[in-house]
Design a binder for this molecule. Sequence first.
Ligand SMILES: CC(C)(COP(=O)(O)OP(=O)(O)OC[C@H]1O[C@@H](n2cnc3c(N)ncnc32)[C@H](O)[C@@H]1OP(=O)(O)O)[C@@H](O)C(=O)NCCC(=O)NCCS
Length: 173
Amino acid sequence: MGLHFEVDPPLTGALRASIVALWTDVTNAGGAVGFVGPVTGAEVQPVADAAFAAVESGVDRLLIATDDGELVALLFVVSNRFELKEHWRVLKRVMVTPHRQGRGYGAALMLEAERLARDLGLDAIQVTVRAGAGVERFYAGLGYREVGRLPGALRVGTGDDRDEIHLWLTLTS
Ligand SMILES: CC(C)(COP(=O)(O)OP(=O)(O)OC[C@H]1O[C@@H](n2cnc3c(N)ncnc32)[C@H](O)[C@@H]1OP(=O)(O)O)[C@@H](O)C(=O)NCCC(=O)NCCS
């Protein structure tokens, strides 16, 4: 594994297309990154465009990981857009390309995000997880603890309501 991380990379047309393709692939492989699959790139595009705009305006940050030039993982560091919550941020759309999952890329990406958060002077990081896939165990292994749960808050299908789990990592001692 030769992961290369970059924060707020230039959002070229090629990178935007790679991100939309990755986001689509991850969703269609069962990932919980804002959609319920199956989705098309055309459906992901407007959501991605809004995320890109927030990064370009400097409100949010984008962390990508490439391996030999291929985009393999990414996440967004999202502002709460609320002055009273400027000291912490939310990690969203945490994703690793399906054919590289389970090899430590996700953990490496999260540790890099933690470093970035510390560099930004943040006191804490929040992650919101859709219950049902066990992905909270991934975050627990990285020190995130459950601090809240909205019961049945996510309607992922008819008769399929999932809890929204709120995870928290304190960065101050
Ligand atoms: C969740 C995700 C980012 C994890 O990345 P990854 O590269 O597959 O995970 P890693 O190989 O770094 O795993 C690190 C540890 O977490 C565990 N883990 C990873 N995914 C897990 C899951 N879905 N459920 C439970 N444990 C998991 C691994 O077993 C490993 O444990 P270990 O350290 O004891 O061996 C990745 O699987 C993914 O992109 N999933 C689809 C998108 C998604 O649902 N994202 C979550 C948004 S909240």
